[in-house]
Design a protein around this ligand. Sequence first.
Ligand SMILES: *Cc1c(COP(=O)(O)O)cnc(C)c1O
Length: 236
Amino acid sequence: MFISYDEFRQRADRVMAEIAAACVAAGRDPKEVALLAVTKTHPAAAAEYAARYGLAAVGENRVQEGVDKRAQTTAAVRWELIGHLQSNKARLAATHFDRVQSVDSVKLLNHLDRAAAEVGKTLPVLLQVNAGRDPAKFGAELEDAPGLLQAALALPHLRVDGFMTIAPLSDDPAVATLTFQYLRELRDRLAAETGRPLRELSMGMSGDFAAAIAAGSTQVRVGTALFGTRGQEPTQ
Ligand SMILES: *Cc1c(COP(=O)(O)O)cnc(C)c1O
């Protein structure tokens, strides 16, 4: 059974307090860090809870699940795709999502640009980088990120907001910290080289968002801490 709004509100209050504390510890303004409510595997009510609480956006990791859920609610939130995207679903994703965070190849960039043109929109994207060099994760290699960014900036129907990463699962918290620092350094370097702000750093989940905020995260993607454990873990 899905949690009540009351329970969600308590969980969200706790997460917001932890985000604020992490910001204070890092000498940052809590307004610089947005909370993306990850609603995957949960019912459409999860997006309604997020909207009612005042969150601006929700994250889904599967295209069809997100499309179906969005059709079931009028919740006033933006929908972001955070899971791996295959080129053959680029059209569906460009049509139904407000931003795609999981862009990790030139091929996918080209498909998304063409789809956005057909739909008649400029699609905001983040480039997903495997900053932790985790063989189990999608994302461009750190070395390939500059080329991927060059390709993205040349496409007229995409707007590159920044980067996204997922830290490797590890018992050692230093692994996540290093991963986030690598992405932050990459962003700073590429922003300087291209003269683009590339402001968004989407990094940090329920277990590691404080470390991500310390390293410069501007958006933490939180599921479990907001909605409880998921029934079956989707493959990522
Ligand atoms: C599921 C998921 C999250 C949220 O993970 P939690 O540990 O439940 O907070 C964040 N980012 C991505 C890409 C995800 O797939």
